[in-house]
Design a protein. Sequence first.
Length: 302
Amino acid sequence: MRKIPYLLMVVMCAGALLAGCNLPLVVQERTGVQTAAALTVEAQLTAVAPATATFTLAPFPTVPPANTLAPTNTLPPAATATSSCDVAHFETDVTIPDNTEVGAGDGFTKTWRLKNIGTCSWTPSYATVFVNGASMSGPAVQALVGNVNPGQTVDISVNLTAPEADGTYTSYWGLRNAAGVIFSKFYVQIVVNSGTGGAFAVVHVTYSLSNWSDSGHVNCPRVTANISTNKAGTVTYHWVRSDASSATDTLTFASAGTKSINYDWALGSTHAGESNFVGIYVDEPNHQDFGHQSFTTACTSP
């Protein structure tokens, strides 16, 4: 009866010893399993997680102060309606410069030189017209005799007569186009002195074109200059042509009137069709260019 309790006690002690030794081990193993599992999950999450995208925000544009804003496109001002078709430029007084003395009742030719600086040609439908002032018996309308193309010059002449009374007279003239519009104005101003008849002067020169021939030349161009003065005196002059000038010469007048002189040019036939000219320059007493005669003719072969 005493052995049974002893054995039971031994068995119970052994069970207690086994329980006390194995319980912490089981806990430790579970803890290790859980930790390993956690590490494995973390590693998997790390492996499959996508890389974090980095976004850089662009800075907002800075708005400059109101007074520094770039200007917007500005529309150009509206163009002024102007015409470049008919435009003339006054070049010079070819004859009778301002305040030339002219005898009472004397006739004279006033010549202006103008240049066409517009874009339209002046044709015979254009005209020189009297505008106002002293008409001096000039024409009311005088058509141009040919075309004046852009860039070309033209000598415009009108025949006038000085008034009988002493004084200063101004006559205004203009160029009129085919539509009747006057687009350029110019004038002549003279001083009438009945007591002296004006200082000695060449009052006008006109030209004509013909031809001449001799044994070695046929139908060569001849320019005739008709020189008029207001009284007796001696005129010193020289010829001017498109390629040269002559020596000076003289022409004596016994009284007021007109004398004619010729210039014969032996211009070779190879120059036929070319534009040439011949004219008179008065050295004394006027010191004036009196225009010229233009032509395209030349000598023909004998």
